[in-house]
Design a protein around this ligand. Structure first.
Ligand SMILES: [Zn+2]
Length: 274
């Protein structure tokens, strides 16, 4: 299951002075990429009445139910689950809303004050943005552009394990885009920095919202051009060339990730054309 180009019944919207209703869907995420669930799904407002919740940010709807963000400033005594493990648990529209809730919650919690004058922020009337109550500077939700690329050479693909990977999976080369770079330049730089390889024929594949806490992943394919594999151990624990015919021996990234789609799609295309 993945969300590329997939339209769901979740609709993003803004409502500044929203009062939560009994059947609203309440999204409470924490700083560790977890969300609070009741009976393995997103709780309704009436199920959380007794908890001491702060926030109340309307951010859209699913059919007739409003989607509202609250903060976990006080620990809730209900179950938490890692959001990136919910792709096969929640219906796709709830999962999409959960991803956005995590993104917006992190942003709201880390942008309580104006970056220019230190004044307090408040939500704007007509859009999901914060405005300084003193100097009127507007802050929009932060999005961090990130490139991720599958480097290939015939039936071989380059897979790497991040030094701080929580899952230990072998994935594609990835990194943040620096100011002044375009996406292709960033992809080529990341490949050179992390693996010592020169790449070419960089082609766009798809993009994915990856709110841990605020990335927009932009996926590419790239051909190996030259160079020997020289691993940057500051970033990676390991990197190796794998044949697409031996991937069952490799721990691959989660099925919901764009990295997994890049890998599976390349395998399919290569197998069909050879
Ligand atoms: Zn200000």
């Amino acid at each position: 299951m993945h969300l590329f180009n997939q339209k769901t019944s979740f609709t993003f919207a803004h409502h500044k002075a929203y009062q939560a209703q009994e059947n609203d869907l309440i999204f409470v995420t924490n700083n560790s990429g977890e969300i609070y669930l009741i009976d393995n799904t997103i709780p309704r407002y009436h199920e959380l009445h007794q908890h001491n919740l702060e926030g109340g940010y309307y951010f859209g709807s699913i059919n007739d139910a409003a989607c509202v963000i609250y903060f976990d400033n006080h620990q809730l005594d209900i179950a938490k689950c890692r959001i990136r493990e919910l792709g096969d648990v929640l219906p796709v529209e709830l999962f999409q809303a959960t991803l956005l809730a995590n993104h917006l919650t992190y942003w709201l919690k880390t942008h309580r004050y104006c970056g220019r004058c230190g004044g307090e922020h408040e939500l704007r009337n007509h859009e999901f943005a914060l405005q300084c109550t003193r100097c009127a500077l507007v802050a929009y939700p932060k999005i961090s552009p990130c490139v991720i690329g599958l480097i290939h050479h015939g039936d071989k693909i380059l897979l790497a394990k991040g030094k701080n990977s929580p899952t230990g999976a072998y994935s594609c080369i990835a990194g943040f885009v620096n100011p002044g770079e375009n996406l292709e330049t960033a992809m080529a730089r990341e490949a050179m920095e992390e693996t010592g390889l020169t790449i070419g024929n960089i082609r766009y594949f798809a993009s994915q919202h990856w709110p841990f806490p605020n990335s927009l992943m932009m996926g590419f394919y790239a051909e190996y051009v030259s160079g020997d594999l020289v691993i940057d151990y500051n970033e990676l624990a390991d990197a190796q060339w794998y044949s697409i015919y031996e991937l069952d021996q490799v721990k691959l990234p989660a099925e919901i990730s764009i990295a997994r789609s890049l890998i599976e799609n390349y395998k399919t295309l290569y197998t069909q054309s050879n």
